[in-house]
Write a protein that binds this ligand. Sequence first.
Ligand SMILES: NC(=O)c1ccc[n+]([C@@H]2O[C@H](COP(=O)([O-])OP(=O)(O)OC[C@H]3O[C@@H](n4cnc5c(N)ncnc54)[C@H](O)[C@@H]3O)[C@@H](O)[C@H]2O)c1
Length: 342
Amino acid sequence: MKLLQIGCGNISNAWISVLKRRNDVEICGLVDTNIDAAAKKAMEHELNCPVYDILDKAIAEQHPDVAVDNVLPDSRLEVARRCLSSGMNVLSEKPLSDSIQGAKEIIRLSDEYDKEFFVMQNRRYNCAMLSFKDILKSGTVGQPGYLGAQFFRESHFGGFRELMESPLLVDMAIHTFDQARYLLGKDPLSVYCKEYNTDYSWYNGNASAVCIFTFENNVIFNYTGSWSSPGTMDSYDSVWRAMCSKGTVTWNGLELPRVYVKDPDSDIRHPKHIETPMEYTDCLISGHEGCIDEMLESLKTGRRSGTDCRDNIKSLAMVFAAIKSARENREIKIEEILEVKK
Ligand SMILES: NC(=O)c1ccc[n+]([C@@H]2O[C@H](COP(=O)([O-])OP(=O)(O)OC[C@H]3O[C@@H](n4cnc5c(N)ncnc54)[C@H](O)[C@@H]3O)[C@@H](O)[C@H]2O)c1
């Protein structure tokens, strides 16, 4: 498969280093509107392919099968249109789009040209996440009633994130929201959200938020986090708790999840809980490598990737629903977001 790398900024390092290790793909060119960024990336990764600052020229000269889109969200739709209409499948960074209308248009283009568009959700691809999902599915702890994710970090990024209106919800929460959908295997129905910015925050926009989602079967998902939280730092994968009908699963986002069920011999009024040893699910590859592997296998087998755009729009809708809820100070139904027309 011939791959065209489009966008040669920070995250392209994660993609190029994975792609270079595979023997089923060839990077046939690097494109960046800033040609120096493309040339620098070729040099850093010792790639001999040509570099371009014009996407159309790269497509015309290289006839690639697959586009790797690592551009910023505001260019996602334009790049998708060029690539899908040229007969390429697209493997894209998150987020699927910077708007729901844009995401819908990408899905429409993918249908029209009968080409795939898959989205990077690297935080699904982690042995601990897989184990967590399998524990919930196994029934050991019964039916989930509540899922909580906590994400507090002190991050001084500088640049665009410190200028955005909703840096936490738009730039990061998509990962955690997508993890929640993945873990529960259910879709969200509605959300209440309070976005806020503390007096001591160094962000212009709201760097903190609390969201209460209701999922199918009345499962509650509570997300709370901040980019401007001096002190102890949570994992980038968040700190999780699933309260279920027969027990609880916790995951600190770093090690493996822990499972607690009621001790059958304990007092009914003041039950004791015991940690249950679990079989953990092994995965050979994780993060970007795991997600890229699933994307490429999907292209080979014709089976849609778990992060196909048609599914991923539901994770993106959680972000836009939360922002709308905070702005309008009311509960927002996910349907309202997915049906929005402009
Ligand atoms: N999955 C993750 O964990 C993760 C982590 C960081 C960033 N990201 C995502 O990756 C994407 C890129 O982020 P980044 O940190 O690499 O940004 P960046 O600013 O470092 O790089 C973006 C590059 O794209 C180029 N570019 C912009 N528009 C273009 C266009 N139309 N055609 C060709 N090149 C274009 C820019 O010149 C720049 O070199 C974003 O969507 C971001 O959300 C994902």
